[in-house]
Design a protein around this ligand. Structure first.
Ligand SMILES: NC(=O)c1ccc[n+]([C@@H]2O[C@H](COP(=O)([O-])OP(=O)(O)OC[C@H]3O[C@@H](n4cnc5c(N)ncnc54)[C@H](O)[C@@H]3O)[C@@H](O)[C@H]2O)c1
Length: 357
């Protein structure tokens, strides 16, 4: 098996927390180059990996012959140019979410990836929660029946602290909508199908963070209608005081269908709540062991904090798709579909009206 050479562009938080540990589990896969304009971040990642090929400029990295694939983990504004640059050089690309600053750019990334016949993947990491994957399986086999309602609620406490590039519209594109709700929009698409129209509101509750202006939403809510006719209600906040910021803060999804109700919270990684018609109400439904890791992943589910470790299966999925020359799950197309809903959310909030997706 040929060793795959990986370049990492953007060596901040998510690279250290997730991409590097995930890649370390992948056989015959080697990080060969690192890019970050911040010398301290570059130095830290170089120390963690032992990689000596480094550059502050992604243009120097994506052209290298020893790079087969590129992982993009920069502020959102840089995802499209780096992805297009990497694809133009025939590299496979895993990009962080939100994929782009708008749906047109996200679609262009997906089309470029298809045309170049490279693998492309959006880092919708919560698809890899075992309970989420099991829920997808149960719904696909018809256990929900006809979907009536999708409901999600993500509540965190980020307080008033400074968020760096995340509080600057020209760097991030959107606040809570792109940062946190994008994952839940992807859940909704994955479990219920495409959204047709929606009404949304975003709010900047804290206009100054860490002594600098913040021009991005801290809170977002959306009512949506799916193409199937099902309804969706989604809410996400950075200002749920006292709920903490970490993986254990509320991340709740509920689906009600003609046959049953399923409830999922990320905090319960290997358990759903389930109730069926005329039953006594919701009761725990354990996630079978075969769903505890992504198919084929070498990760041992008993190692590490299960609320963090599932994320490492994402790197396995990317590498496995490259090896087997098949589409990644989720792909840039999934990223672009979520981005179209985000664009509609911003439009609706500005117009104070229902809009088509
Ligand atoms: N999938 C998830 O669950 C998840 C979780 C956290 C972050 N993210 C996403 O990952 C991305 C990075 O977030 P983070 O929390 O690691 O941010 P971060 O600020 O910790 O790291 C970003 C890094 O990118 C570097 N950078 C800036 N401009 C660059 C450029 N032009 N080329 C190369 N590097 C550049 C910065 O110096 C910094 O080191 C964002 O898109 C974010 O939305 C996703």
């Amino acid at each position: 098996m040929k060793t795959l050479g990986i370049a990492i562009v953007g060596c901040g938080g998510i690279t250290l927390q997730n991409h590097l540990p995930g890649l370390a589990l992948c056989a015959e896969t080697k990080v060969v180059a690192l890019c970050d304009p911040n010398p301290a971040a570059l130095e830290q990642a170089a120390r963690a990996t032992g990689v000596t090929v480094t550059s502050p400029r992604w243009e120097e990295i994506v052209v290298r012959d020893d790079v087969d694939a590129v992982i993009i983990a920069t502020p959102n504004v840089f995802h499209p140019p780096i992805a297009l640059g990497a694809i133009a050089n025939g590299k496979h690309v895993l990009s962080e979410k939100p994929l782009a600053m708008n749906a047109a750019d996200a679609r262009a990334m997906a089309e470029a990836g298809d045309k170049a016949n490279v693998r492309h993947m959006t880092a919708f990491t919560y698809r890899f929660v075992p309970a989420m994957r099991y829920l997808g399986h149960l719904i696909a086999q018809g256990d929900l029946g006809e979907p009536y309602h999708f409901r999600s609620c993500r509540l965190q406490d980020w307080g008033k602290r400074g968020l760096g590039w995340r509080q600057v519209k020209k760097m991030a594109g959107s606040g809570e909508l792109g940062d946190m709700l994008s994952h839940r929009i992807d859940f909704a698409h994955h479990l219920v199908g495409p959204m047709r129209r929606l009404v949304a509101q975003t709010k900047i509750m804290v206009p100054e963070r860490g002594g600098a202006p913040s021009d991005l939403d801290d809170w977002v809510a959306m009512i949506a209608e799916f193409e199937s006719g099902a309804s969706g209600v989604l809410e996400s906040s950075k200002l749920a005081r006292g709920r903490n910021e970490g993986a254990r803060s509320l991340d709740y999804v509920e689906l009600n269908g003609s046959e049953a109700t399923f409830e999922f919270t990320t905090g319960k990684w290997n358990e759903l709540q389930y109730g069926k018609g005329d039953g006594p109400g919701l009761a725990p439904l354990p996630v079978p062991r075969e769903f505890w890791v992504w198919p084929g992943s070498p990760r041992d589910p008993s190692v590490g904090d299960p609320l963090i470790a599932f994320r490492q299966d994402q790197a396995f999925e990317f590498i496995d798709a490259i090896r087997n020359q098949r589409p990644c799950v989720p792909s840039f197309h999934d990223g672009a579909r979520a981005q179209a809903v985000m664009d509609a959310g911003h439009r609706s909030s500005e117009l104070q009206a229902w809009v088509e997706v």
